[in-house]
Design a protein around this ligand. Structure first.
Ligand code: ADP
Ligand code: MG
Ligand code: ZN
Length: 486
C-alpha cells in the first residue's frame, strides 16, 4: 500500500443513512416490513399520486430527536421539510422529501475509540428524509449498464431514514471504520433501527480528499458509495486514499465525482459526476408544517436515553476491570448485556469477558450469527466457567462443550455428560492410567526418579493422550509425583 504518512493529510467526512424500524412509512400508513411481493406495501402517498397528502410519522420524529440527543446535538425548535427535486425511476414524485437548511438536529459530536487513541468527530447534522423505491436491473451484472430491462419495487419508497452527516474530521480509514461502528452501536442501543450494513438498513458514503501536510485548504473530494460492511468501508477508504496519492504525486488532479466501490475487485470506479445542491432546486414542502418539538418533551426523551456504548465501555473497564480493547470488541458486538447477565449469575467478569470476546464471537463468525442474537444465556456461560473452576472440565474440554450449548443441546453440564467430555478427576481411573503410562515408558520413569523433573512432561502427555484429553492434568501430575516418589 502506498503511504501518505508524510506528504498528505487525509480528510474524510461520512454521510450515514439509517433506515428506521418504525411500523409505518415516513409520510403514510404503509407498513415497513421487509420482503414479500413487490409493490404490495404502497398507497397514493408513497406512489406520489397527485393530490395525496403526506403526514409525518411521530415515531420517526422521536427517533431523530433521540439520536440527535445521543450525539450531543442541539434540537432545532422549528425544523422544516424540503423537496429535493430530481428524476429517478424509483422515485415516483420526482422529488424526495428531505430536510435542507433547517435539519432537526445540528452540531453534535462523536468520540470514537481507535487503536491509536480516541478521536473526536464533529456531527454536522441529523436530518429526516424518506427512502426511494428499489430498481432491479435485469441482466448479468445487475447494474444498469448492460441490463436488458429494469423493474421497480415501491415497497421501500417512503420508509423513514435519518441521515447523519459528519464534519470532515475523520483522518484515516481506521477512524472511518471506528466512527461507523460507534454510530451503529448508538443506533442499536437506542433501538431505532436494526442497522444492518450488509442488508442496507444502515448505509455509509465516504467523502475522501487529501491535502498537502500542514496546509489548511481542503483538497477536491470524491464521494465513495456501496460499502456494505465495516471492513468494506475500511478497504474502500484505503483504496481511495492510495488512488488519490498516486494522482497527486504524479501532479494530476483529483476529479470531483461519485465513485462506486466494487467489493470483489477491491477498487472504486467512476459512477457519475458529483451533483451540486443547486441542481436539486430545494424548496420548502408546502404540504408539511414545521416540526416544533416542545422543550419538555425533548427533556423527557433525553432522560429516557439508554446507556450508550461509550458509557458501557467505561463501566466494563472501571467496574469489571476489562482491558480497553476487549471492552470495545464486546460493546461493538452488542455483547454488553450478556456479559452483565453472566456476571449477575456469578461469573468472574474477566473470565466471562474472555469467553465472550474469544470463543463466543468466533462461533458467531463461523455460524454467521449476529453476536447480539447468540443463543446463550448468562446463566449458561456462568455455569461453564464454574465447571472449569471446579476442575470438572479443562478449558480445552469446555471449548468443545460450548458449541453444544450454543447448538441447543442443553446446559453445559448436560452437554459435557452427553458428549462424554467430562474431565476425569476420579482417583481410581486416573491412577490406573498413570500406572499404565509408567509401565509403558520405564526409561522416562527412571529419569524422573533420578531427579530429571522435566521428563515428567512426557508421562503427563501420555496420560492426556490415553484419556483423549479428558484427564485432569493437574491431578495426573500429582499422581505421577506420588507414584515416582518425588
Ligand atoms: P453534499 O451537499 O455534496 O452532500 P456536504 O457539504 O453536505 O456536501 O458534505 C457532505 C460530506 O462531505 C460531509 O460529511 C462533509 O464533512 C464532507 N466533506 C466536505 N468537504 C470535504 C472534503 N474536502 N474532503 C472530505 N470530505 C468533505
Ligand atoms: Mg450530502
Ligand atoms: Zn404508502
Amino acid at each position: 500500500m502506498t503511504t501518505t504518512a508524510t506528504r498528505y493529510e487525509v480528510v474524510i467526512g461520512l454521510e450515514v443513512h439509517v433506515e428506521l424500524a418504525t411500523e409505518t412509512k415516513m409520510f403514510c400508513g404503509c407498513r415497513t416490513e421487509f420482503g414479500g411481493e413487490p409493490n404490495i406495501r404502497t398507497c397514493p402517498v408513497c406512489l406520489g399520486m397527485p393530490g395525496s397528502l403526506p403526514v409525518p410519522n411521530g415515531e420517526a420524529v422521536t427517533s431523530a430527536i433521540r439520536l440527535g440527543l445521543a450525539l450531543g446535538c442541539a434540537i432545532t425548535p422549528r425544523s422544516q421539510f424540503h423537496r429535493k427535486n430530481y428524476f429517478y425511476p424509483d422515485m415516483p414524485k420526482n422529488y424526495q422529501i428531505s430536510q435542507y437548511d433547517v435539519p432537526i438536529c445540528e452540531n453534535g459530536r462523536l468520540e470514537v475509540p481507535t487503536a491509536e487513541g480516541a478521536a473526536e468527530i464533529g456531527v454536522t447534522r441529523v436530518h429526516m428524509e424518506e427512502d426511494t423505491g428499489k430498481s432491479m436491473h435485469v441482466g448479468e451484472s445487475g447494474r444498469i449498464r448492460g441490463a436488458s430491462h429494469s423493474l421497480v419495487d415501491f415497497n421501500r419508497a417512503g420508509i423513514p431514514l435519518l441521515e447523519v452527516v459528519s464534519e470532515p474530521d475523520v483522518r484515516s480509514a481506521e477512524q472511518a471504520r471506528a466512527y461507523l461502528a460507534e454510530l451503529r452501536g448508538i443506533v442499536l442501543a437506542l433501538g431505532i433501527s436494526d442497522a444492518k450494513l450488509e442488508e442496507g438498513s444502515m448505509r455509509c458514503d465516504a467523502n475522501v480528499s487529501l491535502r498537502p501536510m500542514g496546509t489548511e485548504a481542503y483538497g477536491t473530494r470524491v464521494e465513495v458509495k456501496n460499502m456494505n460492511s465495516l471492513r468494506s468501508l475500511y478497504r474502500a477508504v484505503g483504496y481511495e486514499i492510495d488512488r488519490q496519492t498516486v494522482l497527486l504525486d504524479a501532479g494530476e488532479e483529483v476529479v470531483q465525482e461519485t465513485r462506486h466501490w466494487d467489493e470483489a475487485a477491491g477498487a472504486t470506479s467512476t459512477l457519475r459526476a458529483k451533483e451540486e445542491a443547486f441542481d436539486y432546486r430545494y424548496f420548502p414542502d408546502p404540504d408539511l408544517v414545521p416540526i416544533a418539538p416542545d422543550a419538555a418533551w425533548i427533556e423527557e426523551l433525553r432522560a429516557g436515553l439508554p446507556e450508550l456504548p461509550a458509557e458501557i465501555r467505561a463501566r466494563l473497564t472501571s467496574t469489571y476491570g476489562l482491558g480497553a480493547e476487549q471492552a470495545v470488541t464486546l460493546v461493538d458486538a452488542g455483547l454488553g448485556p450478556l456479559l452483565d447477565e453472566a456476571v449477575g449469575a456469578g461469573a468472574p467478569p474477566s473470565e466471562a469477558g474472555k469467553w465472550l470476546a474469544n470463543e463466543v464471537l468466533a462461533w458467531c463468525r463461523d455460524e454467521g450469527v449476529e453476536p447480539a442474537d447468540v443463543p446463550l444465556t448468562g446463566e449458561q456461560l456462568s455455569e461453564l466457567i464454574d465447571l472449569v473452576d471446579h476442575g470438572a472440565l479443562s478449558t480445552k474440554l469446555a471449548r468443545e462443550v460450548l458449541p453444544g450449548v450454543l447448538g441447543g443441546e442443553g446446559s453445559p453440564a448436560e452437554v459435557a455428560k452427553a458428549r462424554g467430555l467430562e474431565q476425569v478427576s476420579d482417583e481410581g481411573e486416573l491412577g490406573q492410567m498413570v500406572d499404565d503410562a509408567i509401565a509403558a515408558q520405564p526409561e522416562a520413569a527412571a529419569k524422573i526418579r533420578a531427579g530429571n523433573d522435566k521428563a515428567i512432561g512426557a508421562l503427563v502427555g501420555a496420560v492426556m493422550k490415553a484419556s483423549r484429553g479428558q484427564a485432569n492434568p493437574q491431578r495426573v501430575n500429582e499422581l505421577l509425583r506420588e507414584r515416582l516418589g518425588i
